[in-house]
Write a protein that binds this ligand. Structure first.
Ligand code: NAD
Length: 335
C-alpha cells in the first residue's frame, strides 16, 4: 500500500528535489499540496495531477483533517516555521516528516515531539544521508570494526551563500547561519559515524559583520566534539567556503567520503590495512530521497519508530545550542 503525502512549502527543495522522487517510491505517493502562493498550487497541482480539493493554503491547511487521502504532512518551510506546521499537522491527525534542522530551539523540538506523541502520530526528520548508499556503507564498516575504534573524525560542510535577502540569512526564520543549515551535516555525521552523543563542545566563529549577507547570522563556525569513548571530531561549517566531506580514522585505517552528504555523486575512499583505494558501496535499492520517504511510510504501516525520529532532531539542536554557547563564551561547554 502507498501512503499519501502532503508537501507543505513549495520551495526549491520540495519542488526540485523531493517531489520528483515519489515516482520511485514503493510505499509513498504525493496526494496533496500546501502553499501560501496560489500560482504554485496551480502549477504544481497541474504538473502532479493533484485535484483542487487537495490543494491547501496556510489558512485552509487545518481542513486537511477531513482528507483521508493524506497520511503524512512533509514540512519543507524555513526552519522557524517547522514547529507550528508540525503542531498543526499532528492536531489534524497526520504523521509528520519535517526537514532539518528540526527547529530553531530545543524547546521547539520538545514541543513538536510532545504534539506528535499526544496525537499518537509519528514524527521523522529529513536526514536523507542515513538512506544514502555510501553513508550506509561507512556506518557498517565502522560497526564491523574495519578501522578499529573511531578515534578521530574530520568533517566539513559549507557552500557559498548568495542573495543577501534570502530567509537563510534572516535569523528570525533560519535560527542561525551556516551551522543551522549546512554545518548540521558535520554534526549529524559525527554522531551517526561514532554512534555516540558528544559530552563536550568547543567552537570558534569567524563572521564579517560588515558583509551584507552576515548582518544577522554567522558565516564560519568550526567546532570540536568529544565523545564518551574518547573519540573526537573536528567539524567545519561555512557560508563562504565550498566543501562537503568527512574522514573517519581509527588505529586500523580510515574511511573517507568526498563529497559525503550531497544530493548525488558521493565518492568513497578507504584504507583498511592497506594503501588508500576507491571503494564502491553495496548498492541500495532506492535513491536516498525515495528511501527516506518510504521509510516513514513503512514505519507507519508496520508500527515501528523511524531511525531518525524527533529525538534525533532534538539531539542535534541541543548540540547546536551548545556550539553557539561555546563560541559566544569562548569556553568548553559540557553536555
Ligand atoms: P526555499 O526558500 O527554496 O523554500 C522555502 C519555502 O517556504 C518557499 O516556498 C516559501 O514560499 C515558503 N515559505 C513559507 N512561509 C515563508 C516565510 N514566512 N518566509 C519565507 N518563505 C516561506 O528553501 P528550501 O531550500 O526549500 O528549504 C526549506 C527547508 O528545507 C529548510 O528547512 C531547509 O533547511 C530544508 N532543506 C533541506 C535539504 C536537505 O537536503 N535535506 C535541502 C534544502 C533545504
Amino acid at each position: 500500500r502507498k501512503l499519501g503525502y502532503a508537501i507543505l512549502g513549495l520551495g526549491y527543495y520540495a519542488t526540485r528535489i523531493i517531489m520528483p522522487r515519489f515516482a520511485e517510491c514503493e510505499h509513498s505517493k504525493l496526494v496533496a499540496l500546501v502553499s501560501g502562493t496560489p500560482e504554485k498550487l496551480k502549477t504544481f497541482g497541474e504538473q502532479y495531477g493533484i485535484p483542487e480539493s487537495h490543494r491547501y493554503s496556510y489558512e485552509t491547511f487545518d481542513k486537511i483533517v477531513d482528507n483521508p487521502d493524506v497520511d503524512i504532512v512533509y514540512v519543507v518551510t524555513p526552519n522557524s516555521l517547522h514547529r507550528t506546521f508540525t503542531e498543526r499537522a499532528a492536531k489534524a491527525g497526520k504523521h509528520v516528516m519535517c526537514e532539518k534542522p528540526m527547529a530553531t530551539s530545543s524547546a521547539d523540538c520538545e514541543a513538536m515531539i510532545a504534539a506528535c506523541k499526544k496525537a499518537g502520530r509519528k514524527l521523522m526528520i529529513g536526514y536523507r544521508s542515513r538512506f544514502q548508499a555510501h553513508n550506509i556503507e561507512a556506518i557498517k564498516l565502522i560497526r564491523d570494526g574495519a578501522i578499529g575504534p573511531v578515534r578521530h573524525i574530520s568533517t566539513d560542510h559549507g557552500f557559498t551563500i548568495g542573495d543577501p535577502t534570502q530567509w537563510r540569512l534572516k535569523k528570525a526564520l533560519s535560527g542561525g547561519g551556516s551551522l543551522m543549515d549546512i554545518g548540521i551535516y558535520s554534526l549529524n555525521a559525527a554522531r551517526y559515524l561514532t554512534g555516540e552523543e558528544p559530552v563536550a563542545v568547543n567552537a570558534i566563529e569567524s563572521t564579517d559583520r560588515s558583509n551584507p549577507r552576515f548582518k544577522e547570522v554567522e558565516d564560519i563556525i568550526n567546532f570540536q566534539l568529544l565523545f564518551p569513548s574518547g573519540a573526537t571530531a573536528q567539524c567545519g561549517s561555512a557560508y563562504t567556503a565550498n566543501f562537503n566531506r568527512y574522514r573517519v580514522s581509527g588505529p586500523k585505517g580510515f574511511i573517507e567520503l568526498d563529497p559525503a552528504t550531497s544530493y548525488q555523486g558521493q565518492a568513497m575512499r578507504t584504507a583498511l590495512g592497506g594503501p588508500p583505494a576507491p571503494r564502491e558501496p553495496a548498492p541500495q535499492p532506492k535513491n536516498q530521497f525515495s528511501a527516506q520517504l518510504d521509510h516513514l511510510s513503512e514505519c507507519i504501516l508496520t508500527n515501528r519508530e523511524p531511525i531518525v525520529g524527533g529525538e534525533e532532531g532534538l539531539k542535534d539542536v541541543r548540540v547546536i545550542e551548545a556550539i553557539y554557547r561555546a563560541a559566544r563564551e569562548g569556553r568548553t561547554v559540557r553536555l
